[in-house]
Design a protein around this ligand. Structure first.
Ligand SMILES: [Zn+2]
Length: 250
């Protein structure tokens, strides 16, 4: 039996699957990979959270960038991998979805919010840094005009920021805890499209594996966890998912 056949057998038998996704699944939706050549950091300097708070010109730069990126984020379509995880949920086996992506595409696929952990936040929401009020991003970004400065909270006049984790900003403790609980509760973790290099995100597949779950890694490049995983497929995701969904058992 090939590794692929064995993986498919495990997938079909697993009842508590947790997905872990990174940029690779969203590049197939047309969202640029931040870390690859030609990624957006080549065009825009990153803005750190403390600069955003203290420096009006940095805030403006930040919002200018979001304005440029917004249409692509808002109109991004699901990749085959997003649909695959939704299929698993519909079959009753997907119990958690941990993602490093900030494009909101797992929500768009129809997965319920309470099984998704957006480790690095989401661009589909805007948060007030003062009162914590969260609003859908389109309310701020669809008609954003920066001629008179950056957008402010309607309730308290505080600074608004897309609800993503910025450079120099800590992850949300509650999200880390939920991701840990998911990692400890699964019998199969599928890490898809992540280089598994960024911490603490990449610790969750390790937690799952150490707790007895099967770990499957599907991504184009080598990862530091390849030697620990039960299955490693260095393939283009879309084609791989097509093969998984072909034939019996799915
Ligand atoms: Zn506010």
């Amino acid at each position: 039996m090939s590794d692929f056949e064995k993986f498919k057998e495990v997938l079909v038998k697993s009842t508590r699957v947790v997905g872990f996704t990174g940029a690779g699944i969203s590049t197939e939706s047309g969202i640029p990979d931040y870390r690859s050549q030609g990624g957006i950091w080549d065009k825009f300097q990153p803005v750190y959270l403390d600069e955003f708070i203290s420096d009006e010109s940095k805030r403006l730069l930040y919002w200018q960038r979001k304005k440029v990126l917004w249409q692509g984020i808002r109109d991004a379509r699901l990749s085959r991998t997003h649909v695959f995880f939704k299929d698993l949920y519909d079959k009753g086996s997907l119990v958690g979805m941990i993602t490093q992506n900030i494009d909101g595409l797992h929500e768009k696929s129809g997965l319920p919010k309470d099984i998704i952990v957006n480790l690095h936040g989401t661009n589909l929401e805007v948060i007030c840094l003062e009162c914590g009020d969260i609003t859908p991003a389109n309310q701020t970004l669809d008609d954003l005009n920066l001629d008179n400065g950056v957008p402010l909270c309607e309730k308290c006049n505080g600074l608004l920021k897309p609800n993503t984790i910025s450079f120099g900003q800590s992850l949300v403790a509650e999200d880390i805890q939920r991701a840990e609980e998911m990692a400890l509760s699964c019998d199969l973790m599928i890490a898809a499209g992540s280089t598994l290099l960024v911490q603490p995100a990449a610790s969750f597949p390790v937690i799952a594996k150490n707790n007895g779950a099967v770990l499957a890694i599907i991504t184009k490049s080598d990862t530091p966890l390849d030697d620990n995983a039960d299955f490693v497929f260095h393939e283009q995701l879309g084609g791989f998912i097509d093969r998984v969904k072909k034939g019996d058992g799915f």
